[in-house]
Design a protein around this ligand. Structure first.
Ligand code: GAR
Length: 193
């Protein structure tokens, strides 16, 4: 079995899309894979409750309880590795990762970012795309490397930026596409493992 560990910080809609797709497509039988756990750095993240409702083991590891980024990442590695993951999936995990964390999961760490990378790494991507006058925006699934929001691209989806678009409306349009491309990218990776 190839265990998948999903890291979240917020609402967990991408996590839910991956869990739902894994069940619909019977990944256990077809890919020998299953979502083993969901871990959040925010104890109050709505996605944790969502995961529990879905019957997926859900844990919180509060980064505020740690004196340094290194100490938090070391404990996070220990929690994740308890599940012996084939793949670690960042799904709205809003933490900058230490080089040690990235190196530990080299080749099995992926992220989704709400822009058409390499445009708009970092935060506030939808407002920045609108202000730049972009006619298209979108989302990118990529392998995680030491540089924030870089790394080889695995999947992208584009959506139009509409006249009078708001960051919120654009974000919702992009998120709907994230829910399509992220489960697909994860399945493709698992297939080739
Ligand atoms: C998603 O739009 C994801 O692309 C973004 O956070 C949102 C999480 O939503 N990730 C980042 O901005 C990472 N830099 P979700 O919790 O509902 O999946």
């Amino acid at each position: 079995m190839k265990p998948i560990v999903i890291l979240i910080s917020g609402s967990g809609s991408n996590m839910e899309a991956i869990v739902a797709t894994a069940r619909r497509e019977r990944w256990e039988a077809t890919l020998g894979a299953q979502v083993a756990a969901v871990i959040s750095n925010r104890p109050g993240a709505a996605g944790l409750a969502r995961a529990a409702e879905l019957g997926v083991p859900a844990e919180a590891l509060d980064h505020k309880a740690f004196a340094s980024r290194e100490a938090f990442d070391a404990e996070l590695i220990a929690r994740i590795d308890a599940y012996r993951p084939a793949l670690v999936v960042l799904a709205g995990f809003m933490r900058i990762l230490t080089p040690a964390f990235v190196a530990h999961y080299e080749g099995r760490l992926v992220n989704i970012h709400p822009s058409l990378l390499p445009a708009f790494p970092g935060l506030d991507t939808h407002r920045r795309a609108i202000e730049a006058g972009c006619r298209v925006a979108g989302a990118t699934v990529h392998r995680v490397t030491a540089e924030l929001d870089h790394g080889p691209i695995l999947e992208q989806a584009a959506v139009p930026v509409l006249a009078n678009d708001t960051p919120e409306a654009l974000a919702a349009r992009v998120l709907a596409q994230e829910h399509v491309i992220y489960p697909r990218a994860v399945a493709n990776l698992l297939q080739n493992m």
